[in-house]
Design a protein around this ligand. Sequence first.
Ligand SMILES: Cc1cc2nc3c(=O)[nH]c(=O)nc-3n(C[C@H](O)[C@H](O)[C@H](O)COP(=O)(O)O)c2cc1C
Length: 174
Amino acid sequence: MSSVMSCILERRSIRAYTSEEVSKDDVMLLLNAANWAPSGNNMQPWRFSVVMNNRELIKKLSSLTVYHKWVKNAPCLIAVFLDTESLDDKFPSIYLKHSQSIGAAIQNMLLAAQELGLGTCWIGEILKNEDKVRELLEVSEDLQLMAVVSVGYPSGSDLKSKRRDISENIVSWL
Ligand SMILES: Cc1cc2nc3c(=O)[nH]c(=O)nc-3n(C[C@H](O)[C@H](O)[C@H](O)COP(=O)(O)O)c2cc1C
């Protein structure tokens, strides 16, 4: 099986981490993987904010989600933003395309992490506190929070997720 396919099939959301720090080089690799995602008109609407080697800030960010018990232990958090300056009132559908592009960027990051032996979890629940996240990360109001991704070395296994059989999700094949 190709390494891409095994990363896709073996990746699971990881919500428990060892205390081992993630290297800056590995974080750069994840960001670069995200940066090479496809995007509508190659507009690359994603922006990133990284928090690592900063337990105090990670704790403050974790307090903004109901998942604080495990998020606070993540060695690294990567906030992913959509640059709203790249939107255009004349083309409201651009928002949809940018959201999809950012989803692709995040998934690239999760798969690259899987290849490095790093565990990740895509955290959407924190979006309700977008303003507070922006404030803690000192980023512009032009950036809309799309997700926070926790990154760290997996501690134990958390591999319970399942999928419906693909045959249930194919609605037509003509
Ligand atoms: C848009 C999005 C938002 C998510 N938000 C959260 C979240 O806030 N907390 C969490 O623990 N997992 C979150 N997840 C992870 C999903 O729960 C997880 O991907 C799903 O249950 C399938 O499990 P798996 O990733 O292990 O295959 C999110 C995933 C996506 C794509």
